[in-house]
Design a protein around this ligand. Structure first.
Ligand SMILES: [Zn+2]
Length: 515
């Protein structure tokens, strides 16, 4: 098994400011990246921005600026949000960067030479008010899908990529690799789409209509279709074409996260491009669902677009991450509402986790002057309640590895929370406040057991709610595990007795106290 792990998010199109949908993909990816690092894998996590095409040319024109100046203004907003959210990406690629342009032109040249790119007549439709080119399949009842007005027929020479040539290969590849498209429903969607013959893909735009794109190296009158250009980032971001050693180190990608709206680009066009280039196919394309807001589709015109900054400001970034990861199984659509995030904040984060940590550390301070007592027993002894809680926490690493191997974030969090619940029940059953009146040894056992469970929980919480995990480790005075050491560190009894607890921190303040 190779130790390197490469994961990507889509490149976000910079005609808009980042919203909840963009941040969802990056939170999922970040959770995977952190989890793999914890397992000791060497991770390369790539995200970035997609900056060509006529939508951007038009947005720039509307602002009266040159497209490069326009994208230079928008792209940093994405980087800023990722910093604000604690996203741990290793590289941020922009399709206007020279490393990328060079890679795209290399791909075009190779495929042209090979005969997979050919020139032909393109028949399509043009909406003059929208300045947009549409294919027959995109029209709605023969009209422009954006504005509903009539369109003109247009015929022009263009460059095409031979998708059709690789259709039967692609079907076989998907059938032979059940993990290639996840979830299964999306895989079936693509297989059913592939029952109709694929049309070759028009990959050029005449310069007379659009100049904002990467020039076709063998025909200066054309620029490259923005999707063909953007997909190549996944290899231009890891060394293609010059750095063969680096490419070999990371490619093929282990997982590419996308939204379900761009599934065909990633599960049909992209693997065929790679096959034509004689490059390996990514192991997994994971398509997640969409977020509605209060049951409605998010749209600018409705004014209900969720601004991640606002939510983070209100609830904190860990609560935001937790909500996105826990609310729905990946692949399904989710609904965002203040009420829904508020419920999870108050119940699972505040009442379950926050209270556990707070009451245990308070008891250690009250009954043992803040000094962690020594364990009265090894994992094999102790009271039945103690043994059962130890057993639960020892089973967690395998449960998490199983859930994360399936990219089941919800299941992973549910497994962690079962231990949180068991620990809370343990407090109720052992009643440390009564033990404090007489039984010294028994109270030591209970408090040590609880501190040790909390320490282990903090290790597992790291990929999901990193700030919270760090705060807990700080109070306990332990270092978060180095990459790869989590199994060793999550063994029972690693917590040294006699350690002094640091200053208390309320992990999830009650909402009415946040003010
Ligand atoms: Zn139109």
């Amino acid at each position: 098994v190779r130790n390197n792990f490469y994961l990507t998010t889509p490149l976000y199109y910079v005609n808009d400011v980042p919203h909840i949908g963009h941040s969802y993909t990056n939170v999922l990816a970040d959770c995977i990246a952190r989890f793999r690092r914890l397992q000791g894998r060497k991770v390369f996590f790539l995200t970035g921005t997609d900056e060509h095409g006529d939508k951007i040319a038009r947005a720039a024109k509307a602002e009266g600026v040159d497209p490069q100046a326009f994208v230079d203004k928008i792209a940093p907003r994405f980087e800023k949000l990722w910093t604000h959210l604690g996203i741990s990406h290793d590289d941020f690629i922009r399709t206007t960067q020279e490393r990328h342009t060079r890679a795209v032109q290399t791909v075009l040249e190779r495929l042209h030479k090979k005969g997979d790119i050919f020139s032909g007549d393109y028949q399509g439709y043009y909406c003059t008010p929208c300045e947009t080119f549409w294919s027959g399949g995109q029209l709605v009842e023969g009209k422009c899908p954006d504005c509903g007005r009539s369109v003109e027929t247009l015929e022009e020479k263009n460059w095409f990529f031979k998708l059709s040539e690789y259709q039967s290969w692609l079907i076989e590849h998907i059938q032979a690799n059940p993990q290639f498209i996840l979830p299964k429903s999306r895989r079936n969607e693509i297989l059913s789409f592939l029952k109709t013959p694929l049309l070759d893909l028009c990959i050029s735009r005449p310069r007379k209509r659009l100049t904002w794109g990467i020039e076709m190296p063998f025909d200066k009158d054309y620029v490259t279709y923005v999707w063909f250009d953007a997909l190549i980032n996944y290899i231009s971001g890891c060394g293609f074409p010059e750095n063969g050693a680096r490419l070999k180190e990371w490619w093929p990608c282990d997982i590419q996260l996308i939204g379900k709206d761009i599934l065909r680009h990633h599960a049909v066009i992209w693997p065929i491009m790679l096959k034509a280039l004689d490059l390996d196919i990514p192991k997994t394309i994971l398509a997640h669902g969409w977020w509605t807001v209060d049951g409605e589709k998010m749209s600018k015109s409705k004014g209900n677009v969720v601004d991640p900054y606002q939510v983070i400001n209100e609830w904190g970034r860990d609560a935001y991450r937790y909500f996105l990861l826990r609310e729905v199984p990946v692949g399904q659509d989710g609904d965002f509402s203040e009420e829904a995030i508020g419920r999870r904040y108050q119940n699972e984060l505040g009442n379950d986790l926050g209270n556990l940590v707070n009451r245990v550390f308070s008891m250690v301070k009250r009954y043992r002057q803040g000094v962690i007592p020594g364990p009265a027993s090894k994992s094999s002894s102790g009271s039945p309640e103690t043994r059962s809680l130890i057993k639960d926490s020892l089973e967690l690493p395998d449960q998490l590895e199983g859930a994360m191997a399936q990219y089941d974030f919800k299941k992973a969090l549910e497994a962690i929370w079962r231990v949180v619940d068991t620990a809370n029940r343990y407090v109720e059953e052992t009643k440390p406040w009564e033990l404090a009146k007489q039984e010294d040894a028994k109270l030591d056992e209970v408090l040590y057991t609880l501190c040790e469970v909390i320490r282990i929980l903090a290790i597992f919480l790291g990929p999901f709610v990193p700030d919270t995990a760090l705060k807990i480790s700080e109070i306990l005075g332990v270092k978060p595990p180095d990459d790869g050491s989590w199994k060793a560190k999550s063994r029972w009894g690693e917590l040294r007795p006699k350690g002094v607890l640091g200053p208390s921190q309320i992990l999830f303040p009650r909402k009415d106290e946040i003010g």
